[in-house]
Design a protein around this ligand. Structure first.
Ligand code: ZN
Length: 111
């Protein structure tokens, strides 16, 4: 109560985001998820694990997630072979891998 920053103003705190760990909708400026307690760190310039996974699920056949991760060569390979359905299957597996790996490991590999 002594800290003015912590006071919740419904007009100001409208911007929301999903907790990267548990997926609960929380305030965009929340430092810690009130649900699971995960620290919400916004690292600018780093690629987003969840976006990569979503791209893999939706447009994985075309290598969208590979382009997103900066792997242009691999992305082109997916594009060339998308009609074989194999890239789509690989992409779904990769999407699951993205979702299950930790942010630290994802950043290490793709960030
Ligand atoms: Zn959470």
């Amino acid at each position: 109560m002594s800290d003015g920053i912590l006071s919740t103003d419904p007009e100001v705190g409208n911007e929301q985001k999903f907790c990267f760990r548990c997926g609960t909708l929380i305030r965009a400026d929340a430092a810690v998820c009130p649900h699971c307690g995960a620290r919400q760190e916004r690292v600018s310039g780093r690629r987003n694990r969840v976006i990569a996974a979503i791209l893999a699920f939706l447009f994985g056949s075309f290598g969208a997630h590979r382009f997103y991760l900066g792997q242009i060569g691999m992305g082109l390979l997916y594009l060339v072979f998308f009609w074989t359905v194999i890239p789509g299957i690989i992409a779904i597996v990769e999407g699951i891998i993205y979702l299950t790996m930790s942010d630290e490991r994802f950043a290490e590999r793709y960030g």
